[in-house]
Design a protein. Structure first.
Length: 94
């Protein structure tokens, strides 16, 4: 059985960072579809918004720690997150 209490705790940590950020996180005022494009669509617009985000680091950490496999998180696409996870484990991604 999957224990999602750890992920919920991590989500609360990210939500708190967003709530306490000095400026509004762009993802809170943008259509979520911008961060979850269909396969083959560009992620450029979402990544540009992430670069302006006061919680970009926290978002990226959340995505890596919870193994997000879809969407743009912390300025990286799902494919880039996958590559980074492989790098963090000490091996290059395939």
């Amino acid at each position: 059985m999957f224990d999602n209490s750890i992920d919920f705790t991590k989500w609360l940590k990210l939500a708190k960072a967003i709530a306490e950020a000095p400026t509004i996180a762009p993802c809170t005022t943008t259509d979520p579809e911008a961060f979850f494009p269909e396969q083959g669509e560009f992620t450029t617009a979402a990544k540009k918004l992430c670069k302006q985000c006061p919680v970009q680091t926290e978002c990226l950490t959340y995505a890596l720690e919870t193994n997000q496999t879809y969407g743009v998180w912390g300025g990286l696409s799902a494919k880039e997150l996958q590559a980074m996870r492989g790098w963090r484990r000490g091996r290059p991604a395939a």
